[in-house]
Write a protein that binds this ligand. Structure first.
Ligand code: 2AM
Length: 175
């Protein structure tokens, strides 16, 4: 019988109040750009994408991720970007906190060290708001959204017809 596997990634998950503000921003952008709005409860910032991992690798993965030590940091979401190649419209930050870069780099290093595949592309912190967006979005007014980040999480993604469902597997507090 085939071994059970789960599609895993590491992410920052916003508190409900911030997710609500981001979802409102997505709704405004959707009026101009079309596409598909991410559901409020699915909004997140991916730190590293691993992909399918068989269940018996999970204890080792949890062990190495537990070594990552990074101080708490603050993200100011103050920009909306659009990637023409994949039609994603996203919220991001013009100033990327060094601790966020360190967190993503340390996670990727630990995952790679145990031989699991981890996303290679340069890390561009972004929170996908719309998929299949036709155009960039230029908000008339955009008050930055402030985010005090206190923890990060290992998540499992289940692909479903209505879009992915996400399940929290484990989480770690920042220092
Ligand atoms: P996206 O928001 O830019 O689409 C869970 O699937 C998360 O991992 C999504 O946020 C997605 O980023 C990212 N992701 C999905 N597939 C990926 C891949 N093959 N490589 C890197 N990141 C991926």
């Amino acid at each position: 019988m085939a071994e059970q596997s789960r599609r895993l990634f590491l992410a920052l998950w916003p508190e409900p109040a911030l997710a609500e503000r981001l979802h409102q921003l997505a709704g405004q952008a959707h009026r101009d750009c079309g596409g598909r709005i991410m559901r409020q409860e699915t909004l997140h910032l991916t730190l590293a994408f691993i992909g399918a991992v068989v269940e018996d690798r999970l204890p080792e993965l949890l062990m190495v991720l537990g070594r990552v030590r990074v101080p708490r940091f603050h993200i100011r979401l103050d920009t909306v970007g659009h990637w023409a190649h994949n039609h994603i419209l996203w919220a991001g930050c013009t100033e990327v906190p060094p601790a966020l870069l360190q967190l993503a780099a340390d996670i990727r290093r630990e995952v790679a060290a145990i031989g699991l595949p981890v996303s290679e592309p340069a890390f561009v912190p972004h929170m996908t708001l719309l998929r299949k967006a036709r155009t960039p979005y230029v908000p008339a007014v955009f008050e930055p959204l402030e985010w005090d980040v206190a923890e990060w999480a290992l998540m499992a993604s289940c692909l479903a017809p209505h879009g992915a469902d996400y399940q929290r597997v484990a989480a770690w507090a920042l220092d």
